[in-house]
Design a protein around this ligand. Structure first.
Ligand SMILES: C[S@@+](CC[C@H](N)C(=O)[O-])C[C@H]1O[C@@H](n2cnc3c(N)ncnc32)[C@H](O)[C@@H]1O
Length: 285
């Protein structure tokens, strides 16, 4: 994907500072930059509500956010309705602490009382069953064998009520198997997605996120991921083997003018051979 606006070299030249002030990269908050670059909790909330309501004819109230990181989605969920409750689970105490400081603190006492953040493994965390469990931003790709991924899908299934949906996303297409970087401009920084390693034999991939700033500084490897890049048919089969009875794929439409994705996801049984795509999967008991 091409970058918009002024060239990087021009930004570096004009943005250079003299003196001892810390670089923009050293002052940056990587969790804030990550959220601005890759997360859209309002979109995710609307999608979960739409898919659940269409299937079960009522709004979902209980959410489990696996691999929640800063738990921005879970926080938005409890703020969305007085009957909404949420659990967020992540192994890493750092994003959880950041989320408590930057999201949970902004909730009212009542909203915060309907949210539980758990530092732990998604395979172990247990609580009352929910309407919707999500595993977003490809986080479940950490499970790199059929055995471990199927066990996670079984666990996700066990978190759901009889009327329940498990939602996950996946990226793919031939571009996902290339070593490449893609830069997107944001307000005050560039986001760089770096596909650093890909092994066609195992489908193991190493990806990094870097951030670059107008003063020429760079937050290198702000986030790194070691994943197995599963394919859609593999995921469908494993979800079915884990006991889900209906597994639907949602594919993004194309904007007629720009030929880019239009942000509208529809259920499909076939899809065009896009070089790079992101899709959602909804699995029901
Ligand atoms: C790609 S980030 C996703 C953050 C957020 N869900 C999002 O949509 O952007 C992956 C997160 O998964 C967490 N994680 C990895 N393995 C985990 C496990 N087994 N149990 C719980 N969290 C895990 C990491 O600590 C990290 O915060």
């Amino acid at each position: 994907m091409g970058r918009k606006g002024s060239s990087k070299s021009e930004k570096k030249r004009t943005g250079k500072r003299k003196g001892k002030r810390k670089s923009q990269a050293r002052r940056a908050d990587r969790h804030a930059l990550y959220e601005q670059s890759v997360q859209d909790p309002d979109y995710d909330l609307a999608l979960a509500k739409r898919l659940f309501k269409k299937r079960f004819g009522r709004p979902p109230r209980l959410l489990r956010e696996d691999f929640c990181g800063t738990a921005v989605f879970a926080c938005r969920w409890v703020a969305g309705h007085p009957d909404n409750r949420a659990w967020g689970i992540d192994l890493d105490p750092k994003p959880l602490a950041w989320g408590r400081e930057h999201h949970v603190k902004l909730l009212s006492q009542d909203q915060a009382s309907r949210l539980e953040l758990v530092q732990g493994d998604v395979m172990n965390a247990t609580h009352e069953r929910v309407d919707v469990t999500v595993a977003y931003n490809f986080s479940y790709l950490v499970f790199d064998s059929r055995k471990t991924l199927r066990a996670y899908f079984r666990k996700a299934r066990s978190t759901l009520r009889d009327e329940g949906l498990f939602l996950l996303d996946l990226y793919g297409g031939p571009d996902s198997m290339r070593l490449m970087t893609e830069t997107r401009e944001h307000d005050g920084f560039d986001y760089v997605w770096d596909q650093d390693e890909f092994d066609p034999v195992s489908h193991h991939a190493v990806n990094h996120i870097h951030f670059e700033f107008p003063d020429g500084s760079r937050l290198n490897r702000a986030f790194s991921y070691r994943w197995r890049l599963w394919t859609l048919p593999e995921l469908r089969e494993l979800l079915e083997e884990a006991g889900f009875s209906q597994v639907d794929v949602y594919w993004e439409g194309t904007d007629a003018k720009t030929q880019e994705g239009n942000g509208v996801y529809r259920k499909v049984v076939r899809a065009p051979a896009d070089p790079a795509w992101i899709s959602y999967i909804a699995a029901a008991l």
